[in-house]
Write a protein that binds this ligand. Structure first.
Ligand code: UD1
Length: 371
């Protein structure tokens, strides 16, 4: 299906916060190659300033050539709306390759459209599996990988997963982690910001918390248990908690705001990439349910306690600084104790999480698509 040409057009598709971080270094590399024209389409899955435009500004991503303005909706609604709008655009552009990143609804919707139009599809961050089909992202990963012609992986476990699912070995390339490319690009600037000062926190003496997964925030029981524990932890080490819009809605619906205010917990609206990285860099440890933060903390050697039953990024727990806690609050307390007592593991950095993943990706695209 791949045809070598003198000049090619690639459409990169993004929709949600983690996509913006991953596409940034890929576009930077594509811009260096004159014979590749790259077009950026933003589905509008994330649309608030703090969730979208702020990231584009900070990461220096160009204005998308096309904005689909899809917005919020149920899983099916969001996916369907993206597919309908995107099909029209791709039929007009007729690109030589569609490139999608990560595992959000926009990723899978774009993969379905590209595959049905018989446009070659590249998936960056292919092969990750949590084996938990109650996560919408797991479904998005499986579908996207099944339809991809080029599967670009971040770790050995991803290769094993894809081979076990019968993916042709020739389609798989180990290119490393593009999220770390962006981290390396903006680490100096983020360090200089010293964002902890803005919140009157002390260097290396606070916890950064992020929470947004439906399994944690859509259940009153689970969310109450987590908030209760955070209040206790914050009495020893202060917490800073930038709140995702979904989480804020649920905290209010479940009447948990008052409980939260009992702790030494600073609440902020969602924050940008640089401020978040700055807070990460100087934190004592992190409590999260995010995928990307598990990787970022591993590279920065910062302890990460993950409030999920599983991870699609096992390398962060096996060799990095991550521990999968689930909703086991005893386990959370024990690990917080280890960290504060200086006895927590230090972790190592996985191969190819070195800031050069996007260079490898464009190198492969050049070789396969350009004459
Ligand atoms: C999405 C991704 C998840 C990723 C996360 C990062 C899927 C299935 N999930 O989850 O993998 O880790 O983004 O943030 O694609 N909302 C706003 N403003 C916005 C965006 C969303 O208020 O700018 C609200 C929506 O109205 C909705 C909720 O937040 O009620 C959830 O948004 P949605 O895009 O469905 O999924 P996320 O939870 O953000």
């Amino acid at each position: 299906m791949i045809q070598k040409k003198k000049n090619i057009t690639i459409v990169n598709i993004v929709g949600a916060r983690p996509n913006f971080i991953k596409i940034c270094p890929i576009i930077n590399q594509m811009n260096k190659i004159k014979r590749i024209k790259n077009i950026l389409i933003h589905t509008g899955q994330h649309y608030d300033y703090e969730m979208s435009a702020l990231f584009f500004n900070e990461l220096g991503i160009k204005e998308p050539e096309i904005y689909l303005g899809i917005g919020a909706g149920s899983q099916a609604e969001q996916t369907a709306k993206i597919m309908i709008a995107l099909e029209k655009e791709l039929m007009k552009i007729k690109p030589d390759l569609v490139c999608v990143v990560g595992d959000v609804n926009s990723t899978m919707a774009a993969a379905l459209v590209a595959a049905k139009l018989c446009i070659p599809l590249a998936h960056v961050e292919a092969g990750l599996r949590s084996r938990d089909l109650t996560m919408p992202e797991e479904i998005n990963r499986i579908v996207t990988d099944r339809l991809s012609d080029l599967l670009l992986t971040t770790s050995d476990d991803a290769l094993d997963n894809l081979l076990a699912e019968g993916v042709d070995r020739k389609k798989i390339y180990f290119t490393g982690n593009v999220m770390i490319d962006t981290l390396m690009l903006l680490k100096k600037k983020s360090a200089a910001l010293k964002a902890y000062k803005k919140y009157s926190l002390k260097k290396n003496d606070y916890v950064l918390v992020t929470l947004h997964r439906p399994s944690n925030v859509e259940s009153k029981k689970n969310l109450s248990a987590i908030i209760n524990e955070l209040v206790t932890i914050s009495k020893r080490t202060p917490i800073i908690f930038p709140i995702h819009p979904r989480t804020e809605k649920r905290l209010k619906d479940f009447g948990l705001m008052k409980l939260l205010q009992k702790g030494n917990i600073i609440l902020t609206p969602p924050i940008g990439y640089i401020e978040n990285l700055s807070l990460l860099l100087y934190s004592k440890f992190v409590i999260t349910d995010s995928g990307g933060i598990q990787e970022e903390t591993t590279v920065l050697h910062i302890p990460c306690l993950t409030l999920r039953e599983n991870t699609e990024r096992p390398v962060t727990a096996e060799i990095g600084t991550n521990t999968v806690i689930g909703l086991d609050m005893k386990k959370l307390r024990k690990n917080v104790g280890l960290i504060l007592g200086g006895k927590y593991k230090k972790g190592k950095i996985p191969k190819y999480w070195d800031g050069k993943a996007s260079e490898r990706i464009t190198g492969i695209i050049k070789k396969l698509f350009l004459k």
